[in-house]
Every structure is written in structure tokens, then in C-alpha cells.
Write a protein that binds this ligand. Sequence first.
Ligand code: AMP
Length: 221
Amino acid sequence: MGLGSSTMRLIFIGPPGVGKGTQSALFASRMGIFTLSSGEIFRKEIEAQTDLGRLAQRYIQHGELVPNGVTIEMMAKRLREPEVRKKGFILDGFPRTIKQAEALEEILADLEMPLETVVSLEVNDQLIVDRLKDRLGCTKCGENYNSKSKPPTRDGFCDKCNSPLMVRSDDQPETIRERLRIFRENTADVVDYYDKAGLLKRVDSSRDPEQVYQDILTSIK
Ligand code: AMP
């Protein structure tokens, strides 16, 4: 794979709060790779009050998974866009179930864009709860902050686009625990699935984002 080239086709997989969003943002800004975050797409649909947004919100507010059918359809549509085909992609938050992983395989086979590497980001649960309870996100561009470890320059506003920051409604301690439980119940199988397919690289994501970024680069070389 040509690093820095336009053809990377990666998945970042791991529990909520592990740093998938942070790492995809770094890869997007430094390497120009297109990132597709299923959670981010859902949040935009909710904000725009579309039918899909209304449906997704019913699940997201409880920390549950949105049904496979609509999720797969939504991601398939994005993956088929010419820009994604040209630039390559990082998937963040998709697939989260074996059904989604199987569907993704078919979609990518169809597009003749096989996956290159699946990066499993790994940390212990306590660190996740600690990180998520202080997480802030931009309401417009999706940039993530942390009131303790990565505060914005101007309190409450995004450094990049100046829009207001918010605490995600699903970052409440009870919803966090439910999301972690669901990760273990469904998405841990997806990690095994890619391990068996020989595509998986595991990266310790408890270190600072710059080190994790370097470790990911090393793992996909
Ligand atoms: P995230 O931003 O990746 O933590 O996703 C936020 C929420 O969106 C999740 O807790 C789920 O409710 C929903 N979601 C995101 N991606 C998926 C997916 N691949 N399958 C089902 N639900 C998803």
C-alpha cells in the first residue's frame, strides 16, 4: 500500500471513546483520506430531522445499535460516491455487527475496493468511561475535544470552525455503560471475524494520540 497515496482502505474498530474519531481526524487532515463515521452521519441526519434521523435517534439515545438494514444501506450509499472511490476511506464505527461486516464485504467486492487493514484500537474500560465523561464535540464539524485533556482555546467553542461545542447526549454514564456492553456483545465478534480473515492489527490506544497515530502508521505499513 502506498502510504500517503489516495488508496488507503481501512477500518478503525474499537469501543466507544477508544479514539477512533480522533485518529480518523488525524488521518483525514494529514493524509487527505476520506473518513466515514456512521455515528457522525446519524448525528447529522438527526440534526436535519430526516426520517432516517428520527428512526436512528430512538436507538442512539439508549446507546443501542441502529438496525442493520438502514445502517448498511446508508453506508453503501456513501461508499459508492465517486470521491470515496477515488480517495480511499477510513470507516469509523462501521461495521459493528457480523451482518454489517458481511454486507460490507459484498459492497466492496462489487466496487472492486477490497479492504486493506482493520485497525483494532484497544484500551481498558475504565479509561473509556473517564475519557467519555469529559468529551465535548463540535455541533458543526464534529471535531472532538476533552474538557480535561484537550480543551478548546475558547471555552465552549470549536477551534476549527467556531461553532458551539456540546456534550453528546449518549455520553451519559448509564448510556456509556450500555454502549460498552453492546460493543462486547456484538462488535467484539467483528474483531474476531477480521482477525480470522488475516486483516487485523491491534494497536494500544491508551497512549497519547500522536503516539497512537505513529503506531497505526507502523501497523499498516
Ligand atoms: P459512535 O459515534 O460511533 O459512538 O455512534 C453513536 C451511536 O450511533 C451508536 O451508539 C449507535 O447507536 C449508532 N451507530 C453508529 N454506528 C452504528 C452501526 N454501525 N450500527 C448500528 N448503530 C450504529
